[in-house]
Design a protein around this ligand. Structure first.
Ligand code: NAD
Ligand code: MG
Length: 387
């Protein structure tokens, strides 16, 4: 692909997860172009050990302090809660790919930018919680933040070739596991049901978020930050085949679409090579055998999308609160502690408690996140006690 180019040195965060493993697939496919200099995982030392053996990084972080690093290949270990941040600051690299799930990815993103590295961002929570602060830091350090989320990667690539200011952008949503279930069933669906995603294979939390559409709500906020548009100019449409990832509408009303097979390796590769377009077959769509349907989002089925728009419009602490409450509720649903419909109740209940307008510094963000988690747990126990 990129012969005679210097290998790009990558620090890969969340290497044991879905995004992490697909990134390693790319490095495997293009060994002359990319080199993994460091890896991080949270709690699966054996898988991390296998990856270290194969990719021979200089360093590795194991961020769950209670898990022992595996025996075997020798690397510089970084352990404990801030292990990934310390590793990012100390190890030289061209780009950090952040595939950590949830708010735990926030500080590593900042460590990447602060230490002068480009940031390929799958961790949408960074943009939702602190997008403006991160973009401002990237500008000051002359570093790039490249979206890995498929919809945002699609918009980024469309805008790179786009004439003029977009009138609106449209993100597609698969509708998740319960798109075609009768609404009256949603009170008794199980975790296993929610984890059966129709088109994408992803981590557990984001798969549940696809079923509630909390994922799309986070992506609306992510898009507003990335592309500097107000929420009302970021639309969502259901598209069950997940082949069109996003569309941009021009001032004259024409729509420009970005299409590929639903394969996350394509946006990961695009982020790692931007602004160049690499030769690969990952996303090749067979147009003759593909059918495209679009329909509106039913607010009764996906109330979390509306709450996400409210958070995006009101701003201040609310995007952080939405994300924190949803993380608490989705984790509790995955653990079997609350029902599927309780997820929305917890997020709504937490958002309506009244929140400050202040979310200007990273300290504000962390304060709001901690407080929102405490309050979401209280809302959740009220809901459970009321049964
Ligand atoms: P996953 O659950 O499969 O993997 C998460 C990774 O993060 C693992 O390596 C895990 O060890 C690490 N991790 C978990 N908790 C951590 C903590 N407290 N501290 C440090 N590391 C921790 O998740 P995923 O599906 O790969 O998603 C990762 C991120 O990418 C999420 O923000 C998600 O929204 C986003 N994303 C994922 C996909 C996808 O196809 N999977 C698509 C678009 C965006
Ligand atoms: Mg996405």
């Amino acid at each position: 692909m990129l012969h005679r180019r210097r290998q790009k040195r990558i620090i890969l965060l969340g290497s044991t997860g879905s995004i992490g493993r697909q990134t390693l697939d790319i490095v495997r496919a293009f060994p002359q172009d990319f080199r993994i200099v460091a890896l991080s995982g949270h709690s699966r030392p054996d898988e991390l050990a296998r990856q270290i053996e194969e990719f021979e990084p200089i360093a590795a972080a194991l961020t769950n302090g209670t898990v022992e690093p595996p025996p075997g290949p020798i690397v510089r270990w970084y352990r404990g809660g801030n292990g990934a941040e310390r590793m990012i600051r100390e190890i030289g690299a061209d780009i950090v790919l952040n595939g950590i799930a949830g708010a735990a990815g926030l500080l590593p993103s900042f460590a990447a930018l602060e230490s002068g590295k480009d940031l390929a961002l799958a961790n949408k929570e960074t943009m939702v919680m602190a997008g403006e602060i991160a973009l401002d830091l990237a500008r000051r350090r002359r570093r790039r933040i490249l979206p890995v989320d498929s919809e945002h990667s699609a918009v980024y690539n469309l805008l790179a070739r786009f004439p003029g200011e977009p009138a609106e952008i449209i993100l597609t949503a698969s509708g998740g596991a319960f798109r075609d279930r009768p609404l009256s069933d949603l009170g008794r669906v199980t975790v296993e049901d929610a984890l059966r995603h129709p088109t994408w294979s992803m981590g557990k939390k984001i798969t549940v978020d696809s079923a509630t559409m909390a994922n799309k709500a986070l992506e609306v906020m992510e898009a507003c930050r990335f592309f500097g548009l107000p929420p009302r100019r970021v639309k969502v449409v259901i598209h069950p085949q997940s082949c069109v990832h996003a569309l941009v509408r021009a001032a004259d009303g024409a729509l420009y679409a970005h299409m590929s097979r639903p394969d996350m390796r394509l946006p990961i590769l695009a982020a790692l090579t931007a602004p160049r377009v690499a030769e690969s077959d990952f996303g090749r769509l067979d147009l003759e055998n593909c059918r495209l349907d679009f329909s509106p989002v039913d607010p009764a089925r996906y109330p979390l999308l509306e709450l996400g728009y409210r958070a995006a419009e009101e701003g201040g602490a609310l995007p952080v609160v939405f994300n924190a409450a949803n993380e608490i509720a989705a984790a509790a649903f995955i653990e079997g502690e609350i029902s599927f419909l309780d997820i929305e109740r917890v997020v709504d209940g937490t958002m309506t408690l009244g929140w400050p307008n202040l979310n200007r510094s990273l300290d504000d963000v962390i304060f709001n996140d901690n407080l929102a988690r405490r309050k979401a747990r209280a809302v959740m126990s009220d809901i459970r006690n009321a049964r």
